[in-house]
Design a protein around this ligand. Structure first.
Ligand code: NAP
Length: 291
């Protein structure tokens, strides 16, 4: 059986790593903050002190870290997994990053005789915990085929989409539809609210329209200022930045994403980075003078 290395035991990575253990894969884990890795010992995983140590003893390395600088550090940094990995090791990156960065990391790994797939995910921490994620995969088809079983262990559905970067392109679209919808909805709902129309009646009317299922999905979190954070403003702002870079690279003007960026930047400047991204509703309330 393939020996798997997992780097990045945050909200998403910890659930994904547990799914691999449940499926019976021998697992080695690394997390920058060691404390988060310790519980994995009891679950039967080995703990590595550095990504480099991990890279030398596994056949596949899966990464689930915050952003591009984090990924470069754990793969190509001085103590990075790619420094010690044997030829043919397969790297699977599930972090949400932008395609140009992912492609250039893949190129560097290939130059060292290593393989890489980008495999960002759809689904949150609860889906990761249950092994119910959806994967968008880019990279060589023959490499994907070799590790398809790992996606099956961590997810409910996997789409192989094409060469390196393809997974990143698709993931950024999914997240931007959410960011733009949230910004747009939060902004427009201020009109009836400020006009004094009853809140429940506003929601009832809006839910009758085609956006109903989305409003129903978000309203529990959105209208509770202390809602559990599923996806923080900090990560969504990072994704917006990555989407705009992708648009720039492909010469696609992303007007609505640019507008949403402004709102998320304001939220950050108000110190709300760690709030759930639906919290932009409260930012709009403030801007609209509704407190
Ligand atoms: P998270 O809980 O903040 O975890 C981030 C992980 O990255 C942690 O393990 C963190 O280590 C590690 N990390 C950050 N900077 C690092 C560095 N410089 N060197 C080494 N490790 C570093 O985030 P998450 O929610 O799991 O998200 C992880 C990725 O999945 C992000 O790209 C996010 O956009 C994407 N994603 C998230 C969700 C979601 O609902 N949360 C859904 C889909 C995709 P420490 O523990 O030491 O900080």
């Amino acid at each position: 059986m393939k020996k798997i290395g997992f780097i990045g035991l945050g909200k998403m990575g910890s659930g994904m790593a547990k799914s691999l253990i449940r499926a019976g894969y021998p697992l080695v884990v690394y997390n920058r903050t060691l404390k988060k890795a310790e519980p994995f010992k009891e679950l039967g995983a080995e703990i590595s002190k550095t990504p480099k140590e991990l890279g030398s003893i596994v056949d596949v390395v899966i990464t689930m870290v915050s952003d591009v600088p984090a990924l470069i550090e754990v793969l190509l940094g001085e103590d990075g997994a790619a420094q010690s990995a044997k030829r043919g090791t397969i790297f699977i990156d599930s972090s949400t990053i932008y395609a140009a960065a992912s492609k250039s990391i893949a190129k560097e790994l290939n130059r060292r005789g290593l393989e890489m797939l980008d495999a960002p995910v759809l689904g949150g921490p609860a889906d990761a915990e249950k092994g119910q994620l959806t994967f968008f995969v880019g990279g060589k088809k023959e490499i994907f085929t070799k590790v398809k079983d790992l996606f099956d262990a961590m997810g409910r559905k996997t789409y192989y989409l094409g060469p390196n970067g393809s997974g990143c392109y698709m993931k950024i679209v999914v997240n931007m539809l959410r960011a733009v919808f949230l910004a747009n909805f939060s902004e427009l709902i201020m009109i009836p609210l400020k006009a004094g129309i009853d809140f429940n009646t506003i929601l009832e009317i809006l839910e009758e329209d085609s956006w109903g299922p989305l409003i129903k999905k978000y309203k529990g979190r959105m209208f509770d200022p202390n809602a559990k954070v599923k996806f923080p403003i900090s990560l969504m702002t990072k994704d917006i930045e990555y989407a705009l870079r992708t648009g720039f690279d492909l010469k696609i003007p992303l007007f609505t994403v640019s507008a949403a960026k402004g709102l998320f930047e304001i939220a950050r400047s108000m110190g709300l980075e760690e709030k759930d991204y639906t919290h932009v509703y409260y930012v709009l309330r403030k801007l609209a003078g509704l407190g």
